[in-house]
Design a protein around this ligand. Structure first.
Ligand code: ADP
Ligand code: ZN
Length: 531
């Protein structure tokens, strides 16, 4: 509801609004420039990292310009929280969404038409209906803010078809300044936002996406739960954190395991009872040192500034997703860590999921490109941050605050092992029409004596036992890195391995194969603040 002490800020000075409504002394970064530009009636495309302060950019103009600011936001939970916080600060804010009772909705509609609302939040699917648009035309809009604007990008990781129609707002509400805001956009997505939301004359405000207080660490997976527990235990006592896992089952098992290690871990996923979810979330928000083990649904719109670490025990599907999830750490600017364990199984599983996903070829290619970029980040021997920022089109120097900067990774020449593996695959295919997953191929190379090897008489292959000099763990690392580079491809339900296009250069000895030596369980102790 819209009750509460409120003051009319129409035509007030932006700095006064900032002070009186939010209690801040000064605008931060691009905020002042954005606010001035929009108050003067201009459109703006705003790229700012999580925690950068996007809300102020549209809320202050909405308060200062006559009329109601319309905020398009895809997340109902987030809408709730934002509106509550605004109302508590004396702002006349409300939302319209599917969770409302008719009475509530009518009260909000009346307030809008009477010009008694400063901000109105609406979900895109609701906004795209003719009755809704006609209703909005009967009142007066001051600004239109489109939050999470990257959702308009069909090549992005978080496409929402409802966003496509938002471009029509340009005609429908000509003269109302519009802002598109996002915390994640590659150069291509940035361009798509501008085109699809029809903002050719917008001014672009692009902040650095760097989150210098976050330390990035990625290690090879061997025993992920134990590695995770070691990482968490190495953090300062009482650190709150989020652990992301892909499946509900893995969420529950991981939370249980961490509990047995004496950690205050709680599960969170959509399959849990709503009351349990609410209780776990509120403990995470209010108490110290709670570790929330969750599926990626958790965290959007959760405003907890002192999350000290975000851990991934499964590989995220894209760099954008990884960046968004890790971005939930350290919004208060204090040292924080983004930690991940990743292994061969992740690569095989994700390639399989892509193969099996419904969708046309273009869609699968796009998913494959997202995965490739993610793998490149995992396998880089260079600075993680440089790689991450580079993905978002930003040049930078090695950061000094990621695992590869802090402990330069060792590399080794993987050409010969790669050739042994590739020629084993080729022989089995050509001579016997067979293909196998990594486990059996590694058994052959290491000269193992398994039932399967004896039954198939794979001990007669010329490469049998040729790779006994490497451990099974080493071989898994080789396979993983060859997969990451497309030298190998995994196929079908069992992840059988075949040669990728660059494999011929490797077999001819023309393509060098420098490999990263895996580091297991190097948690690095307490995070360091970057200078
Ligand atoms: P975003 O939406 O970009 O993630 P928010 O708008 O939620 O960021 O703001 C992030 C944090 O920064 C919030 O805790 C907010 O109160 C704070 N903040 C925003 N602008 C300012 C400012 N000008 N001065 C001080 N704190 C600010
Ligand atoms: Zn670095």
């Amino acid at each position: 509801d819209t009750a509460g002490p409120s003051r009319d800020f129409t035509r007030a000075k932006p700095a006064d609004v900032l002070h009186e409504v939010y209690g801040y002394d000064t605008f931060r970064g691009d905020q002042a420039a954005i606010v001035d530009h929009v108050i003067a009636g201009g459109d703006a495309v705003v790229l700012m990292p999580t925690g950068g302060g996007k809300s102020v950019c549209y809320q202050v103009p909405a308060l200062v310009r006559p009329g109601t600011g319309l905020v398009v936001s895809p997340l109902i939970a987030l809408m709730h929280d934002q509106v509550d916080a605004l109302v508590a600060n004396g702002v006349r804010a409300a939302y319209l969404n599917s969770t409302q009772l008719p009475g509530e909705r009518q009260a909000v509609e009346r307030a809008y038409l009477a010009g008694e609302l400063d901000l109105l939040y609406v979900a895109p699917e609701r906004l795209n209906t003719e009755p809704m648009l006609r209703f909005l035309e009967k009142g007066r809009l001051s600004v239109i803010a489109i939050d999470e604007a990257h959702c308009v990008s069909q090549w992005g990781h978080d496409f929402r078809p409802d966003y496509l129609a938002l471009g029509d707002l340009a005609d429908r509400f000509a003269g109302v300044p519009r802002l598109a805001l996002t915390a994640t956009a590659t150069p291509a997505t940035h361009q798509e936002i501008t085109e699809r939301l029809r903002m050719p004359k917008a001014e672009h405000f692009v902040s650095s996406f760097d989150r210098p207080n976050i330390q990035y660490r990625i290690e090879a997976k061997s025993d992920p739960r134990r590695q995770l527990a070691a990482f968490i235990t190495a953090q300062p006592a009482g650190s709150a954190g989020i652990v992301y896992a892909l499946s509900r089952k893995s969420v529950e098992q991981t939370a249980q395991y961490l509990q047995t290690q004496g950690l205050d871990a709680l599960p969170y996923h959509a399959g849990l009872d709503a009351a349990v979810r609410a209780k776990n979330q509120s403990r995470f928000l209010r108490e110290d040192g709670v570790v929330m083990v969750a599926t990626i649904a958790f965290g959007m719109g959760i405003d907890k500034p002192d999350v000290r670490f975000v851990a991934h025990i499964d590989l995220p599907k894209s760099v954008e997703g990884y960046y968004q999830e890790t971005g939930r750490a350290g919004r208060d600017g204090e040292p924080s860590v983004a930690w991940m364990a990743y292994g061969l199984g992740d690569v095989v599983q994700q390639r399989r999921m892509i193969d099996q996903s419904p969708g046309d070829r273009g869609y699968k290619i796009r998913l494959g490109q997202h995965l490739d970029a993610m793998l490149a980040l995992c396998e880089t021997v260079g600075c993680r941050r440089q790689n991450l920022l580079g993905y978002f089109g930003e040049q930078s120097e090695p950061c000094g605050n990621c695992d590869t900067c802090l402990e330069a990774p060792e590399t080794w020449d993987g050409l010969v092992p790669a050739q042994k593996l590739l020629s084993t695959i080729v022989r089995l295919q050509r001579e016997r029409g067979q293909s196998f997953g990594a486990g059996h191929l590694i058994d052959i190379l290491r000269g193992a004596s398994t039932d399967r090897i004896r039954q198939q008489s794979h001990d007669t292959l010329s490469t049998y036992g040729l790779g006994a000099d490497l451990s099974e763990q080493d071989w898994r690392s080789v396979v993983r890195q060859l997969l990451a580079r497309g030298i190998l491809v995994a196929r079908g339900e069992y992840g059988t391995l075949a040669l990728g296009e660059p494999a011929s250069g490797v077999l001819r000895g023309e393509t060098p194969v420098p490999l990263r030596r895996d580091v297991l369980g190097r948690t690095g102790g307490a995070p360091r603040q970057r200078k």
